[in-house]
Design a protein around this ligand. Structure first.
Ligand SMILES: Nc1nc2c(ncn2[C@@H]2O[C@H](COP(=O)(O)OP(=O)(O)OP(=O)(O)O)[C@@H](O)[C@H]2O)c(=O)[nH]1
Length: 339
């Protein structure tokens, strides 16, 4: 029998943005859940295996120190230790270090087969500090990366800034996280917001966020007979200083699965420094179901979505990254459509 996969919420955000505050809020808000928590802090090493084994509930674990790890092998080792321990938990929370690119952590859940069998990413949540975000946005590329990977952005410390300024910050966030849900918070108060069990990597949610990226105007603008449509909502207002942008495509018909897989593997590999995230809903030739596509850096995965039935086939893909050439990408993707 297939084991139920444990949902994982990855919390990112720059130093002092409010990640630990959010962890505490989530634990308080969900007494019904038994959490395992991984803290990815710099300068601390070692895993307190004994603590995992004896922890009886989530708060115990948080208050008595968390599992510390660094990235790479150590991180995978931490996950293995967790799974191998007698500690039973039904949700994994990961607080990533504030000063690094969190894509390695997201990637571990996408590309590691064993990890994928036991865990599924529920969502990537980024806490942004309203007071300092704009300066950091310019100075720290990691801040833009953290936002670019997020499914949910909590624009926190709203008590520290004027409400008009929040509108400006929201626009800034949308430049690099066009599909993310953005919620304003103070002390990461998420009482009215679903943060856990949002299933942000599921077909339904990806479909919704992908469609919202394209907006309602897509069908109107699309010309009859056109095979694809490029949409870049930020192009007219993007700031060249902020080098991350997004570009979306809609294709009619279906892709050739082999051609697409091979091309994507190469494309992501050679552009791993520039492409941070790709999401989409895809139709493949000779398949009955929709496929949900996710890529983080050079790793990608497909999940089976709902059946197409008699609906017209299409694929929608959104790329987020640096220096993306929409025209070039479109020309490449068009070659991969099934004849
Ligand atoms: N005024 C104000 N302070 C906040 C808010 N949210 C968090 N803080 C404070 O900001 C400080 C940092 O919050 P943390 O939750 O520790 O932030 P963090 O992201 O975990 O910090 P690091 O682990 O250092 O990266 C703490 O003193 C919090 O009490 C808020 O909405 N408004």
């Amino acid at each position: 029998m297939e084991q139920k996969r444990i949902p994982v919420t990855i919390i990112t955000g720059f130093l002092g943005a409010g990640k630990t505050s959010l962890l505490n809020k989530l634990i308080g808000k969900h007494p019904e859940k038994k959490f395992a928590i991984i803290e990815n802090e710099f300068g601390e090493t070692g895993i307190d295996g004994g603590l995992i084994a004896t922890a009886t509930d989530a708060i115990f674990e948080l208050n008595n120190g968390c599992i510390c790890c660094s990235l790479g092998e150590d991180f995978l080792h931490t996950l293995e230790t967790l799974l191998g321990s007698s500690y039973e938990f039904d949700h994994l929370l990961i607080e990533t270090t504030g000063i690094a690119d969190p894509s390695g952590i997201v990637d571990a859940f996408i590309s590691g087969n064993t990890v994928q069998e036991r865990f599924r990413i529920d969502s990537v949540v980024c806490v942004a500090d309203a007071e300092n975000m704009e300066d950091l946005f310019d100075e720290q590329p990691e801040v833009r990366l953290q936002l670019a990977l997020a499914d949910l952005v909590l624009l926190n410390k709203t008590d520290c800034v004027h409400s008009d300024y929040l509108t400006h910050l929201t626009r800034l966030i949308k430049q690099v996280a066009p599909m993310a849900k953005i919620v304003n918070t103070t002390f990461c108060n998420v009482d009215g917001t679903a943060v856990l069990d949002t299933n942000s990597f599921s077909g339904e949610v990806v479909e919704k966020s992908t469609l919202s990226f394209f907006g309602m105007d897509l069908q109107e603008k699309k010309q009859a007979g056109q095979k694809s449509f490029i949409h870049n909502p930020q192009s007219h207002e993007s700031n060249p200083k902020h080098d991350i942008s997004s570009v979306g495509f809609t294709f009619e018909g279906s892709f050739d699965v082999n051609k697409f897989g091979l091309w994507m593997q190469n494309y992501l590999y050679f552009n791993r420094e520039n492409i941070f995230r790709v999401k989409g809903i895809m139709s493949f030739d000779q398949t009955e179901d929709q496929f949900v596509f996710h890529a983080v850096r050079s790793s990608f995965m497909f999940e089976v979505g709902k059946p197409w039935g008699n609906a017209a086939r299409f694929s929608k893909l959104v790329f987020i990254g640096k220096n993306i050439s929409g025209q070039e990408l479109e020309a490449n993707l068009l070659q991969l459509l099934a004849k």
